[in-house]
Design a protein around this ligand. Structure first.
Ligand SMILES: [Zn+2]
Length: 179
């Protein structure tokens, strides 16, 4: 019988190595590597101390992100940095200042980070990420700018509103007003 694991609970360990419970929690919570646009499964990834252990970063849920070996190296050596905002939700900044919001379902490019060199860096990053993603058979992350609003839901709602307005306009004059 497997122990019940609360994905939002902040578990901790006194050791550098994540305990089996911490490890399983991070796998279930993150599902994939926490790096922007990476689809590698969390189960085969490393458990990264977001704030390094030697800098006082604890071995606990809020400080352990799942990173595949390649992206673990990006974070350790190539100037990428991240924080966990909520369980399984990460804010990343690349070496050129481009920022990303990574959730278990998708990656958002954050606005306000676009500029000449940044755009080129992002395009290079996207091209390599797409190449990586094409090698992955299952889940594809959607790429869309994060606008801070629930875009799909509000767009659907808007479309419905326009349609009903059009219908009212088209039949205006024959139907009685709805009051
Ligand atoms: Zn990765």
């Amino acid at each position: 019988m497997r122990p019940v694991i609360d994905l939002a609970e902040d578990y901790s360990a006194t050791t550098y190595e994540a305990s089996p419970k911490l490890r399983e929690q991070a796998i279930l919570r993150d599902r994939t590597c926490a790096f922007p646009f990476c689809n590698r499964l969390a189960r085969s990834a490393d458990r990264d101390h977001i704030t390094p252990h030697e800098q006082g970063g604890p071995t606990r849920s809020a400080n352990l992100g799942s990173l595949c070996r390649r992206h673990h190296r990006c974070k350790t050596h190539d100037g990428w940095s991240y924080v966990m905002l909520n369980p399984g939700t990460y804010y990343w900044c690349d070496p050129h200042g481009t920022q990303y919001l990574v959730t278990p379902a998708t990656t958002f490019l954050l606005p306000g980070t676009r500029g000449g060199p940044v755009v080129r860096a992002r395009q290079r990053a996207l091209a390599s990420m797409r190449a990586t993603a094409q090698g992955m058979p299952n889940r594809r992350h959607q790429v869309r700018p994060f606008t801070g609003e629930h875009a799909p839901a509000s767009r659907t709602h808007q479309t419905t509103a326009y349609t009903s307005t059009g219908r009212i306009a088209g039949t205006g004059g024959t139907d009685p007003p709805p009051f």
